[in-house]
Ligand binder design. Sequence first.
Ligand SMILES: Nc1ncnc2c1ncn2[C@@H]1O[C@H](COP(=O)(O)OP(=O)(O)OP(=O)(O)O)[C@@H](O)[C@H]1O
Ligand SMILES: [Mg+2]
Length: 333
Amino acid sequence: MLDKRVKPSFIVRYLDQYVIGQDEAKKILAVAVYSHYKKIAKSQQDAIEIAKSNVLLIGPSGTGKTLLCETLSRILSVPFVTADATSLAQTRYVNEEIEAILQRLVDKADGNIGRAQHGIVFIDEIDKLKATDGQPRSISGESVQHALLKIMEGSPVKLGNAQYIDTTNILFICGGAFVGIEEIMSKTHGYGFISTSSDDNQNILDRLNTRVKPTDLFEFGLIPEFTGRLPIIASFQNLSRQMLVRILTEPKNSIYNQFREIFRNEGVELSIDPKVFGQIAEIAFEYKTGARSLRGIFEEMITPILYVVPDNSDIHKVVITSLFTEPSFIKKP
Ligand SMILES: Nc1ncnc2c1ncn2[C@@H]1O[C@H](COP(=O)(O)OP(=O)(O)OP(=O)(O)O)[C@@H](O)[C@H]1O
Ligand SMILES: [Mg+2]
């Protein structure tokens, strides 16, 4: 079912080509996916049923949660679908919508129910399902949580064409920014009292303190039964300026590489001084939207150049040395 080469380290190496940093989350996700398939392969031989471990990805906006899952879906030879909890929270027909997600999974498996039953469903923006006070329960995020709970636990779901799909072995990955969770954590955490001597391993205490606890998610607005179905939690870190620079240049399909390609198609070489990436990262860092604003800032710099280049066939190289000075156009000799 899973390619023999696909070990957790293989998955991480692949993810590294597209997603910068977030090493901890990559490892957790890789191990979860790997174990999931090992368990299925084993439970087909053995009598012992091993419970699956769905995964929750938590972290600030624009730090790579969705990117990581989409990248992951590309190497797994199993059906993988993405759904958005925001639309689930907005519809009155939650069960129909969930059925549609599972139907897409079956379609991805070319109609093979057996394969679909071992697939992965990524539900993004799960934090939009938080229970809010004063909302009638029937249309609240809470009722969607209840509906999802059922399929995450594993239950037969009837599809449109009278077929049934059993969700027991489907791996669910949920993702969300959970804005405000840090304040909740800072209120409720503090394992300092465990420390009996100053020699206690500060690393272990730090790790306990940065862990998101189920009770934090409960206080945020996820019902306990729901968080109980997401035993593995991977936290995403804020992106540093240095990571933002790497995102601009390092991934296979980085913004810089994409624009170099666009210029190459015009017969022009694009050369940007490393200093410029630092300047772009600095501005993006101020915007506090993770890596999301990098492209916009980059395009603002490049658009005026892309406007003039096609009119001047004698330009063969463009050199940008600063975000705040004019670029140099180097002409063919
Ligand atoms: N760690 C990263 N490595 C490479 N690119 C990244 C990284 N994080 C973000 N990006 C870039 O920023 C864009 C937005 O990231 P993504 O959609 O994964 O954010 P998110 O964590 O899902 O945020 P949200 O909580 O708002 O949905 C991506 O398309 C990608 O181009
Ligand atoms: Mg996202």
